[in-house]
Design a protein around this ligand. Structure first.
Ligand code: HEM
Length: 443
């Protein structure tokens, strides 16, 4: 008799679908609290295991990774947008892409993006000054979304996206919302059926495709003087085989960057600002550190290591509110984890949201305490994933955070609006339900 992992009570037909839809974070926290480090859930006919111990996670992502691929429901949903790409590919196709793309995120490349990050942030802050002088609050969640989209768009496509940015941004939001609602239903209606939602999705995808295709054509014909990420995608070669990416591959990877590279960082920054607005003494420390390190000059790569407090705040924010709150894998063959049978074809979920609250590894897990990250030894911490498929944009995101957060705080004191709740809303990334407004006063 196979030893199946424990499972909370479920509906005979739909399994845990209702609970997952209503409050997936609550369901997972209760599951690990009541049943331990491996919990079995059912969505209709699908079995999914939540794995919540660093040893078991390391088994899935590192030691026995060849048995766990991304032929998962979430990956299938993302494929509708960015097709076969670094985010969604498996096996040799993923390896080739990672070899070609990895150099684009090396130190020198990140260094080249710092100026764009600083410029975009300062131009946003000039707008904020005007609003602040009229006493208007700032809608931080959407401002961060616009800012990180602008940054990734400029780093990816050079200056050319400026005109089309709004179209692409709106279209990307339609794509992401549609994808998440498809993911949430057991049976999604096929994409070819002309339902209103499918038609909106198709239109948005066509808009993004048209703009990206035009950018690829113009970059091929007339490469920009300062290479952007798109140029690097077009010119990048696999060091082992000398292979290059096709136009279709470049389209898929560019859209994957837009997708993976803005909403994650935007939510991280918005959550960080929520925490800083409710911890003004920490906000003061972040501002002082920035002024002492950079003075009035724009931050450079050499300054980043000294911006420790800013990094600790971002790390603690990513612990409490990890933008990627769940990662999904599929078991290729039967396996055993922690003494429990993991059947071939079943799903495995790793949730940084529950892991980062594991009482055996975190003291007072709900308390905001950036000093936890004065040390780096945190086995139960993986906001950027782990193993071969860890986030390729991690250093990019950490650079953005260390520039954007202190740039805001050195110009303004930030105050929460009275009575405003910041509740997590899990979509593809962990958003703040109903956004977040803050008041600014000049520093
Ligand atoms: C705070 C910001 C970010 C967070 C928390 C984050 C988190 C993650 C996580 C957890 C994964 C692994 C997913 C898995 O194993 O299933 C991942 C992968 C990835 N991320 Fe990020 N990410 C962030 C920013 C970025 C940025 C800025 C970019 C690009 C500009 C990016 C591009 C990617 C890509 C392409 C992958 C797939 C890598 C692969 O499978 O080889 N991410 N990210």
């Amino acid at each position: 008799m196979k030893n199946l992992a424990p499972s909370p009570p479920a509906n005979f037909l739909t399994g845990h679908l209702n609970g997952l839809r209503k409050d997936v974070l609550g369901l997972m926290l209760a599951g690990t609290r009541d049943h331990g480090d491996i919990v079995r859930y059912r969505i209709g006919p699908l079995t999914i295991h939540l794995v919540n111990h660093p040893d078991h996670i390391s088994h899935v992502l590192v030691k026995n990774r060849q048995n766990y691929d991304k032929q998962s429901r979430s990956s299938a949903a993302l494929r509708l947008i960015c097709g076969e790409s670094l985010l969604t590919a498996n096996g040799p196709s993923w390896k080739k892409r990672r070899r070609i793309i990895q150099p684009m995120f090396h130190r020198e490349a990140i260094e080249g993006f710092l100026e764009t990050i600083t410029k975009c942030t300062n131009s946003m802050l000039d707008d904020w000054s005007e609003k602040a002088s009229k006493g208007e609050p700032i809608e931080v969640a959407s401002e961060m979304m616009k800012l990180t989209f602008r940054i990734v768009g400029l780093c990816l496509f050079g200056t050319e996206l400026a005109r089309e940015a709004e179209t692409v941004e709106d279209a990307m939001h339609t794509l992401v919302s549609h994808t998440y609602s498809q993911y949430q239903s057991i049976i999604s209606l096929p994409a070819f059926l002309p339902t209103p939602a499918n038609l909106r999705f198709k239109k948005a995808l066509a808009e993004v495709d048209e703009i990206v295709a035009a950018l690829i054509t113009s970059h091929r014909g007339n490469p920009p003087a300062v290479p952007d990420l798109l140029t690097m995608l077009l010119e990048g070669k696999d060091a082992e085989t000398n292979e290059q990416l096709s136009d279709q591959d470049v389209r898929n990877e560019a859209i994957a960057f837009l997708l993976a590279g803005h909403e994650t960082t935007a939510n991280s920054l918005a959550w960080s600002l929520h925490l800083l607005s409710t911890h003004p003494e920490t906000a003061d420390e972040v501002a002082t550190e920035f002024i002492q390190t950079c003075g009035t000059a724009p931050p450079t790569m050499a300054d980043l290591p000294a911006l420790r407090k800013a990094l600790q705040v971002f790390e603690e924010s990513n612990r409490l509110y990890p933008p990627i709150w769940a990662m999904e894998r599929r078991a290729i063959t039967d396996d055993e984890i922690g003494g429990y049978h993991i059947p071939k074809g079943s799903g495995v979920i790793i949730s940084p949201y529950t892991l980062h609250r594991h009482p055996d590894f975190w003291q007072d897990p709900e308390t905001f305490d950036p000093t936890r990250f004065e040390t780096h030894d945190h086995p139960a911490y993986l906001p950027f994933g782990a193993g071969q498929r860890f986030c390729i944009g991690k250093e990019f995101a950490l650079a953005e955070a260390r520039i954007i957060l202190p740039s805001i705080l050195q110009r303004f004191k930030i105050h929460p609006l009275p009575g405003q709740l910041a509740e997590p809303e899990p979509a593809i990334t962990l958003r703040i339900k109903n956004g977040l407004k803050i008041h600014l006063t000049p520093r």
